[in-house]
Write a protein that binds this ligand. Structure first.
Ligand code: NDP
Length: 296
């Protein structure tokens, strides 16, 4: 029987588990806070930010909403980040990507105080992750580690294939699976658009993490029996629905589930975990900054 991994349920467990930590902070007079900065009028970015704020409020994290005109000079965003860095009442800072073309996104990541960088994308935090001493694990791969653990998928000694090498998903995922630590100790292969014979790689995998942004590219014939399949992709494809589209993953769910031992659906798999782990990192940030021991 293929296990369909329920990301909504695991995300709820994560949120429930944060309640004790938030209580411990509350006992010390601390309410964790996350500042979200939106410099875009893209409807998808607006939706992502409002979902993150709503998630915060539901668990007792203060959400600070900052919007900057997308036509404003880059300095306005950098000045805002500087102010948030200096504000002791702000524990986490998240700048919603992408920022407009006239803003250097690498400079945005460098500008955020690494102690408040709850996305885990600041070069210092990337370096710490690679060195096996992560402060904030990036939310999507961290959430995937939790999903694998919850489904009882052993990573130690497993052959893991990560499809995609982006800075936000593929690379940190590969690093986490490689770490000499719980949820790691896998033998990791990272594939990308130049990989020769992808199917040969995925067929020898015990774990496949698909993060390519290509609709339904991983099909059942590319998997061996019993593989754990984690589908990160969120792709809009034309469909005969009210909205005119539907969301599909990078995995062809129907054929893949015939081979897979466990598989995440889209939606309802990785997406809810990404959101939950942002809350986790924000609570961790509050504990670190306020010197309160939080049990996460
Ligand atoms: P990017 O576009 O930044 O990276 C995609 C990666 O996939 C690249 O490394 C690219 O290779 C590789 N790739 C593209 N086509 C192929 C192919 N045919 N075969 C093998 N590799 C290929 O995407 P992201 O990492 O940002 O996101 C990936 C997907 O995950 C997207 O659908 C995105 O929407 C989704 N996503 C979902 C999240 C969630 O919470 N569920 C969170 C973040 C992203 P190369 O480097 O050679 O170009």
């Amino acid at each position: 029987m293929t296990e369909i991994i329920d990301g909504n349920a695991v995300a709820q467990d994560v949120r429930d588990g944060l309640a004790d930590a938030i209580d411990a902070l509350d006992d010390e007079g601390v309410t964790p806070s996350l500042a979200t900065v939106l410099m875009s009028d893209d409807p998808a970015s607006e939706t992502y930010v409002s979902m993150k704020q709503q998630d915060c409020e539901e668990v007792g994290i203060e959400a600070i909403d900052i919007e900057i005109d997308p036509d404003a000079p880059a300095e306005e965003l950098f000045d805002t980040i500087d102010e948030l860095n200096a504000d002791d009442d702000v524990n986490g800072i998240l700048v919603q990507m992408p920022v407009p073309d006239h803003v250097d996104d690498r400079e945005v990541l460098r500008r955020i105080d690494p102690a408040k960088d709850v996305d885990g994308f600041h070069p210092e935090n990337v370096g710490r992750l690679v060195a096996g001493n992560a402060r904030y694990k990036p939310c999507t791969p961290h959430g995937i580690q939790k999903l694998l653990a919850d489904a009882g998928v052993e990573t130690e000694g497993a052959d893991a294939v990560v499809v995609g090498r982006s800075d936000i998903v593929g690379k940190p995922m590969a690093n986490l699976l490689l770490q000499k630590a719980e949820g790691g100790n896998a033998t990791v292969t990272v594939c990308h658009s130049r990989t020769d014979d992808l199917a040969a790689k995925t067929r020898q995998a015990d774990i496949v993490v698909a993060a390519a942004g290509v609709p339904e590219m991983i099909t059942g014939d590319m998997l061996s029996a019993g593989t754990a399949v984690i589908d990160v992709g969120i792709n809009r494809v034309d469909a005969d629905t009210e909205k005119g589209y539907e969301l599909v993953g990078d995995v062809d769910f129907e054929s893949a589930k015939e081979s897979a031992g466990a598989i995440t659906p889209v939606p309802g798999g990785v997406g809810p975990m990404t959101r939950a782990m942002l809350l986790w990192n924000t609570v961790k940030a509050a504990g670190l900054q306020e010197d309160v021991s939080v049990d996460l």
